[in-house]
Design a protein around this ligand. Structure first.
Ligand SMILES: [Zn+2]
Length: 243
């Protein structure tokens, strides 16, 4: 489902008039974002019906409502002008630019993240079920010149499947991270002295997707909700939970 231009134009009018606001988020925009994100979960992963796939779906709902909240909040912040309100034409232009940023480039990146993380999550389950025979995981960067400096030092790091190291350092470690893990039978573990020097991942990815199902954790800027809206945020801003 795509958003029609008519809907978006009307949305801007409603925001300008004060009919749509942080306490009254636009449900169609929210539904659009949730569906776009959820459609990018690996179908095979949803089919497992596991607690992790459930957790991921919930996470994407909360993420989508927080995203819409931030878009609306940012859009409202441009309304005040010298004489009370900026003219509607001017507002509309700026609102469109904000809308395109949230639902264009950013959404695309978020969708890719959902796909990669659902694949990583599924793969982790395989590691868990095979760990009696294949005790170790080895970190692999995608081995081209686009590898991030954040991941380069981790190339070929070996630790046991159960090592807490993987709680913070399993892929993804940053947006567009193409790194992966391979499971091996024999290996020499990378010593602690080197492990201690490994760069921290981007905060949003500082968890093991294979254990949590959380694609976007609370350190994502969308979840930076002002105090007066926290209670509402806990209720998903009164928006439905979609699965
Ligand atoms: Zn990486």
């Amino acid at each position: 489902m795509a958003l029609s231009k008519r809907y978006v134009d009307d949305l801007f009018k409603q925001i300008y008039k004060g009919k749509i606001g942080p306490k009254n988020l636009p449900q169609p925009l929210y539904m659009f974002v949730v569906e776009e994100l959820q459609n990018n979960i690996e179908p095979e992963f949803i089919a497992t019906g596991s607690e992790l796939s459930e957790a991921m779906q919930i996470n994407l709902n909360l993420f989508a409502s927080a995203k819409v909240f931030q878009q609306i909040r940012e859009t409202i912040s441009i309304i005040p002008g010298d004489n009370g309100k900026i003219p509607f034409k001017e507002f509309e232009k700026k609102a469109q630019a904000i809308h395109d940023r949230y639902n264009g480039a950013w959404l695309k990146t978020e969708e890719t993240t959902v796909t990669l993380q659902s694949q990583n999550c599924m793969q982790w389950q395989t590691f868990e079920s095979n760990k009696e025979n294949l005790k170790y995981l080895q970190y692999q960067t995608s081995d081209d010149d686009r590898v991030s400096d954040l991941c380069k030092p981790l190339d070929n790091v070996i630790r046991r499947v159960d090592d807490p190291f993987w709680n913070n350092h399993s892929p993804m470690r940053h947006y567009r991270c193409r790194c992966y893990l391979i499971q091996i039978k024999n290996g020499v573990e990378t010593p602690d002295s080197l492990i201690d020097k490994m760069p921290e991942p981007n905060a949003v990815f500082k968890n093991n997707i294979g254990k949590t199902g959380i694609v976007f954790d609370k350190s994502h800027p969308y979840f930076d909700i002002p105090k007066q809206y926290i209670e509402l945020a806990k209720k998903n801003f009164n928006l439905p939970i979609v699965k």
